[in-house]
Structure formats: C-alpha cells, structure tokens
Ligand binder design. Structure first.
Ligand code: IPM
Ligand code: MG
Length: 362
C-alpha cells in the first residue's frame, strides 16, 4: 500500500529546500519503487496570508490522514507584528500538539568532511554523534496559565507556566532510553532540579524509568552545566533527554558543533511513530528566495522519515550515503563553504544528491 506524505513548504527558505527534498522523494518513487503519494498544503505565514490562519483546518485534516509530514520552516519578519495566537510559529506548535508529536529527535552528527566548518577545534568535535531527545508537546510552551495581564496598578505582568505530569515525563524518557539501547547505552537527562520543582519531578521520574533499563548508564545534569559541557567536551554525550524549552536551546547549541545548522534534520514522533520531519534551522528570511540555502538538512529529514515512519531504513542509509558522497565531491552550499571546495546553490546541491542516488540505483 502506498504511503501518504504531506508536504508543507512553509515560509522563507522553506519552499526552496523542500523542493529539493521532493526531488529526492520523487526519485525514490520512480527509481527505487517506493510507493508514495505526495500532497502539498499551506502552513505558517503562507497559510496566514491565504486564509488568516497559520494552521488551516484543511491542512490539519491532510496532516492527520498522512503517514508522515515533511515541513520546511515557518515564520519571518513580515508576520512578527501579528498577535502570538496567529503567528506562523503557532501553525507549527498546533501541528505538534494536534498530532501528539511528543518526541522530538534531533541528531547532531559531524560529517568528517565538515570538521573544519565548526567554530570549535576539530579534535573537540571530530566523530561527534549525539542525539537530543526533546519533549515537544508539554512544558512551558503549552502550560497554563499563560498570557500578559494588566494589574490593578496598571502595570502589566507576563506569565508562562512550566508544567509536566509524571506520565508525560515517563513517555519521553522511555523513548530516550529505547534510543540509547540502540546506540551507546548512555543517557543524560537535563533539568534544573536545583531550582524548579517541576524538573525535580522530571529527575525523579527519569531515575525511576531507568530501573527498567539496567544496561543504560543514566546521568543527570543541570541545564546550565549541560550547555557548558556541550561546547567544552561534546563527545562525552550519547543521548540527551530534556524538556521542551531546554531542548529547543540545547539543540541549537549542538547544531553549531557540527559546523552548520543547515545540516541537521529532525523527527517529531507520536506514540506509534507517525511523524513530522523538518530541518531544525528555521526559515532564514535573510537568504530566502536567493537559491543559496542548504537543502541537506531537509533531505536528511527525508532519510529520518524513511527510517522512523516508512519502514525503509535501507533507503535512509542510501540518502545518507549520497550526502556523504556529495560532500566528498567537494560540493558545498555557502553555509559550509571552505577553501578548496566548490560552492553551489540549493538546486545544484539537490541535483548532485539525485545523481549520487541514481548512481547507487544503477
Ligand atoms: C524549533 C523552533 C520552534 C520551537 C519555533 C519556530 C516555534 O525554534 O523547532 O526549534 O521553538 O520549537
Ligand atoms: Mg529552536
């Protein structure tokens, strides 16, 4: 039976990078016999412009009916003056919540060809391969009460609430332990248990779940120390698990260890591994429309989709190998350019990946 994929290009560089990922999906369908049906819809600012809402009901219905969703990016300065409730980001958060995508997997892998692209010394990052597991549908992003209220004095007060139930903590920790079992069997849970009761509970639950995984070595770090350790000695980590907001911050930090945020894919999964796949870099409005954005994070997101939602790990490996091959050829988009390499644009990078894939197919 063919799998339904919903394509949500979104805003900024989203449409450009997603176009390259769609070329890859089409190639998998036509040259590798993967049964796929692709459908496209609006989300984010593009959806707001067309229908005054960043997540139109039609888009949500298609997402619910799909086996997997591929998303480019949302947001941009054009929509910043809008109220938070209808900003492009709400489209993304609404999708995550409505689809129950509580487990966000953000791998940070340094391709050996890009060791010089990191701002950290090569020996600190060479061989880096870590996985951040971020809770995605709870915590301060969704907690109530929230908002800005006006006090009797006339002064305004802003409120957001950090809240986690034990079951929310337990299910994300189980995902992280399961992943750790398939990797290096080391899991670091990140919290702020010295100050925040909610994350004191997080640590307690993580420890309890850990008793079911005696082969995994569980450690705990406060988030401030975790941020420091990530740039001091990132290779000490195998898998990290943390809250929605801490995971947002730490994953950007981890991304830069690899040289460019333009290389990093992500998967957001529900309890049965249905998922939404997106590059973690965002809409980059400063370079949108110029054909210079790096499509590799989006293409690698397709690889994650094949592995986690479409049951085609061998095709995932082929895509990852194609990315490696193209980097070996010396092709680089502007964000990862270096002396002695050939700078190419978004479409040329996508075409090179296709050529590498087809070479493998032949
Ligand atoms: C991310 C992004 C989003 C987040 C924004 C765009 C809402 O930063 O996916 O990391 O904060 O989760
Ligand atoms: Mg982020």
């Amino acid at each position: 039976m063919s799998k339904k994929i919903l394509i949500l290009p979104g805003d900024g560089i989203g449409p450009e990078i997603v176009a390259e990922a769609v070329k890859v999906l089409t190639c998998l369908r036509d040259d590798f016999g993967l049964a796929l049906e692709l459908e496209t819809a609006l989300v984010g600012g593009a959806a707001y412009d067309a229908s005054s809402h960043p997540l139109p009901a039609a888009t949500l219905d298609l997402a619910r009916a799909a086996d997997a969703v591929l998303l480019g990016a949302v947001g941009g300065p054009k929509w910043e003056p809008l109220p938070i409730a209808v900003r492009p980001e709400k489209g993304l958060l609404g999708l995550r919540a409505a689809l129950g995508l509580f487990a966000n997997l953000r791998p940070a892998i340094l391709y050996p060809q890009l060791a010089a692209a990191s701002t950290l010394r090569a020996e600190v990052v060479a061989g880096l391969d870590l996985m951040i597991v971020r809770e995605l549908t709870g915590g301060i992003y969704f907690g109530q009460p929230r908002g800005v209220e006006t006090l009797a004095s006339g002064e305004r007060r802003g409120i957001n609430t950090l809240v986690y139930t034990e079951s929310e903590i337990e299910r994300i920790c189980r995902v992280a332990f399961d992943i750790a079992m398939r990797r290096g069997r080391r899991l670091c849970s990140v919290d702020k248990a010295n100050v925040l009761e909610c994350t004191e509970l997080w640590r307690e639950v993580a420890t309890r779940v850990g008793r079911d995984y005696p082969e995994v070595t569980l450690t705990h770090l406060y988030v401030d120390n975790a941020a420091m350790q990530l740039v001091r000695a990132p290779k000490q980590f195998d898998v990290m698990v943390t809250t929605n907001m801490f995971g947002d911050i730490l994953s950007d930090c981890a991304a830069m260890l690899t040289g460019s945020i333009g290389m990093l894919p992500s998967a957001s999964l529900d309890a049965s591994a249905r998922g939404m796949y997106e590059p973690i870099h965002g809409s980059a409005p400063d370079i949108a429309g110029r054909g210079v954005a790096n499509p590799l994070a989006t293409i690698l997101s397709v690889a994650m989709m094949l592995r986690y939602s479409l049951g085609a790990p061998e095709l995932a490996t082929r895509i990852e190998a194609a990315v490696g091959a193209v980097l070996d050829q010396g092709l680089r988009t502007a964000d990862i350019a270096a002396a002695g390499t050939e700078q190419v644009g978004t479409a040329a990078m996508g075409d090179a990946i296709l050529a590498a894939l087809r070479t493998e197919a032949a």
